[in-house]
Structure formats: C-alpha cells, structure tokens
Design a protein around this ligand. Sequence first.
Ligand SMILES: [Zn+2]
Length: 303
Amino acid sequence: MSLGFSKKLIDSLVCQQDGAPLVVLEIQQENEFVIFSAKLKCQQCDKIYNIQQGILNCLLEQGKMKQLMQDEVEARDKEAEQYDQRLSVRYHKEIPSTMKTIGNLSGRKVLEYGCGTGRLTTVIAPECRAVLATDFSLISLQILAKKLDNYKNVGLVLSNAVQFKAKSKYFDLATSFQFLEHVPSKEQRLTWLGLVKKTLKSSGEFVSTVYHYDWRKQKDNQNREGKHGSGIFFHYFTQEELANEVTGYFQVQDLHPIDITLPLEAKLKLPAKIAGQLSRVFEKISIANKFGHLLIVKAIKNK
Ligand SMILES: [Zn+2]
C-alpha cells in the first residue's frame, strides 16, 4: 500500500492562478478514502492539476520560480535523504515544545507549509482531523509519503509553499516549522502571511518556528542572513522582529525561544531525552532562553 490524497481535503483546493475551486475531473486510482491518481480541473480557467502517487502537483501553475528558488529546490531534493538524521539530535528539544504550543488537535483541519520530510507532519497527522502539507521538494514529499503509509486524512501537495493558495476560511490551524527563515525577503514573508490569514477560519490559529538570532550569534556578531553550505538561504530572527512581522496579520498570543542548548552542555553528553527536558525548563528562564536555537510563535487571526 501507499499514501493517497485524502478525499476530505479535495474541497480545500483552489487554482493557483485565479483562486477558483478545483473539481475532480477523472479518477484513475482510488479507494474509499483516498485518491492515488486523478485529474482535477479549475472551475474557472479549466487548467488541469494532476494527482500522481497520491501527491497533487500545484508547482506547474504557480508561474516560473526565481533562480534562487530553483537552486533551493535542488538543494532540498539533494539533502532530503539525510535531513531527518541531521535534525534528530535536536528532536527532543523541538518536537515536544512545538506540540505543547499547538495544543489539542482533535477535530481540527491543519495546513502545514514547508513540511519537508514531515518531522512534524507525522506527529500532527494521527491527532488531527485532516492535514494538508505542502513543500517544493518532491523527493522530501515522497519520503514523507512512505512514513504516512495508509493514512486517510493527509493530502500532500507539491508547491512553492510561500505562494500556495488554499480555500478561504477553511483551516483551523496553519503551521510552518523552520520555514519562514528561508523565505528570502520581508516582502515575500508578509505576502505569505496574508495568504495564511486568508485560508484560516475566523479565530483560526497560526503556529510557526523560525531560526533565532540567539545570544551566541549576537556575541559572535554573525550576519543576520546567509546561505547554508547546501546553498539554502536563511534569516535569523530576533523576537521583536518576528512579533512585528506577524502582528500585521495576527494577534500574538505566545512567542518565546525553544530548543535550548546551554554553553558546555555538549561536554556533558546527556541522553537526548534528558537534554530535551532540560531545554523545556530553560525555556521559562529569561537568561537561559537567550540560547534558544528557535523561536516559536502562536498567534490568532485578527478579525
Ligand atoms: Zn484557474
């Protein structure tokens, strides 16, 4: 078996050109709950969108990607296989704090932007009503599809997440984890936040983590922006800056550093779970949390 596109999520889909609903034109392979292979059609412009091996392709209709983005897609595809391993050491510092901030997922419809290989998607999917997860790396989505084999409430979408449009006032929760810092300009980040707001129901919530311009980086006077060795762009956020960007669209309810590693901690070689528990204690201590690798923000849609 494999992962199909959940039928529950078909009505969340819109044309990436004009925002009109997509309708099923022809199904080639399906079961009671999911679609493995089908053609969808825009009700307005008649453009065709394909679901193949359970993954919907929206990338083709999003217009030409800038060169910087194309390079990033290549870099992501290339490192997708190693990605999970690379972040596994910090798994226990990131995931429990993130899930605690998200809160109860039962009955909620979730849109995850920049899902990658699904570090969080695999934790969210078993808890929520349905999750639409999008990323521009097909290889990452294929890895994620294997992890979510046989789930009935997941829809994977190949798209440039920063431009991805979904149905207005549809989702209860929008999320992005270590995504926003890779969007190369403030203007694009704000445009994206506008799209996120639009697809949320009134009082819908937004939870996001980003790279933190933490105390180590400040002390070393590191640049606020740069490129990883792989060629992927990043921006380090201060708390004030993240609050400012989000506040134009949402009311911030919680914003604090997570994923905390104190100086000398590496030398102690603590088991990952213990280090994770310590990290959560340090989150509440204002000097210690300056060492947080990430910032997490939870915000609610402005009326
Ligand atoms: Zn259309």
